[in-house]
Every structure is written in structure tokens, then in C-alpha cells.
Ligand binder design. Structure first.
Ligand code: HEM
Length: 159
């Protein structure tokens, strides 16, 4: 997503030359993947604060060193998490223009000492949380959609 947060239905065309191909950091999510992500978000939204708290408990269990990077009580972080998650959902409806914002956000995170491995830990914690929160409706395609989105966010923000 560096040039643009690009969401498309189609996989990158194989006929496009390497030089002209979209940058590897573009976000490629199909309409179906966006639908799956939004659907699962709608399911957890009523309990978003609780979901967020579960996420932070898991995150800090996976990497206790991360706790000191977050100021304030977990409830406050949970509220920020909810706001960030809603923003991410809204962003799914926009094809371009998010990359510069995400890059800036990535710079800010780098200044806080957040590295690529932290994004991977965060992604693991989030997928674990979604799995617990959504149970059977977190099927393989939904999981794939989330991991694809998280991988692309990670690339832009930590790249
Ligand atoms: C998908 C990737 C991520 C997104 C979209 C994201 C989004 C955000 C946003 C919107 C803020 C508020 C920005 C501000 O206060 O200026 C924030 C703050 C923060 N983020 Fe992230 N973040 C991501 C990944 C991570 C990761 C992997 C970590 C560490 C494990 C992390 C740790 C933090 C911390 C410590 C803060 C400051 C919280 C505070 O105010 O106490 N973030 N993040």
C-alpha cells in the first residue's frame, strides 16, 4: 500500500512487466475478503471492548516486554483499539490514499520502538482473539482474509 491502499477484485495481472507491476506493498483484498472481514467485525462489534481486552491479555502473554510500551490501564488501551479497528474497517471501503497515513503511523510506531516482529506478534494475538470470539464463523476464508490484511498493514507500517 505505499503508493496507495489498493483494494481490488483481481489478483495482479501476470502479463504486467515487473517494472510496471504494482508495488509489492499494495493491499490486495478481493471484494469477498473485504466482505468476510466486515461481516466478522459486525459480529464482534457489540463486544468490542471485551474483545480488545482479550487481545491485550494475549498480546502481553506472547510478549510481556510490550506491556511497558502502552501507557495507562488496559481499559483505556481497549478503547483506543476499538477506535483503531473501526478506522480499519472504514478504510476497507477506500481504494487509495491510506498508504501515506499508514506510513506516517508506521514512523510513529518505529519511534516508539515497535519493530516488524512486534507486528507479527500483534497479528498472532489478534487472529487468536478473533478465533475465540467468533468461534465457528471464523472459518478458513475469513482467517485468510484477516491475515492478508494484517500482513499488508505490517508491510507498509514496518517497511
Ligand atoms: C495494524 C497495525 C497497527 C495499526 C493500524 C495501529 C494503529 C495505531 C493507532 C491509530 C495509534 C494511535 C496513534 C497515536 O496516538 O498517534 C496507535 C498507537 C500505539 N500503537 Fe499501534 N497500530 C498497529 C500496530 C501496533 C503494534 C504491532 C504495536 C506493538 C505491539 C503497537 C503499539 C502501539 C502503541 C504502544 C501505541 C501508543 C499507545 C498509547 O497511546 O499509549 N501498534 N496504534
Amino acid at each position: 500500500m505505499p503508493a496507495a491502499l489498493h483494494v481490488s477484485d483481481a489478483a495482479p495481472k501476470k502479463t504486467v512487466s515487473r517494472a510496471k507491476r504494482a508495488p509489492s506493498k499494495d493491499l490486495h483484498l478481493t471484494t469477498e475478503q473485504k466482505r468476510l472481514i466486515l461481516n466478522s467485525f459486525v459480529r464482534i462489534e457489540p463486544a468490542l471492548d471485551l474483545v480488545a481486552q482479550l487481545f491485550f491479555l494475549k498480546l502481553f502473554r506472547l510478549d510481556p516486554g510490550l506491556r511497558k510500551k502502552f501507557d495507562g490501564p488496559v481499559e483505556m488501551q481497549a478503547r483506543k483499539f476499538s477506535a483503531g479497528a473501526k478506522l480499519a474497517m472504514i478504510s476497507l471501503g477506500h481504494e487509495d490514499g491510506l498508504a501515506p497515513t499508514l506510513k506516517l503511523l508506521g514512523t510513529r510506531h518505529r519511534q516508539m520502538g515497535i519493530r516488524a516482529r512486534h507486528y507479527r506478534t500483534m497479528s498472532r494475538a489478534l487472529v487468536w482473539t478473533l478465533e475465540r470470539s467468533l468461534d465457528k464463523s471464523f472459518d478458513r476464508d475469513t482467517r485468510d482474509a484477516w491475515t492478508t490484511m494484517l500482513a499488508q498493514f505490517t508491510k507498509v507500517m514496518s517497511g
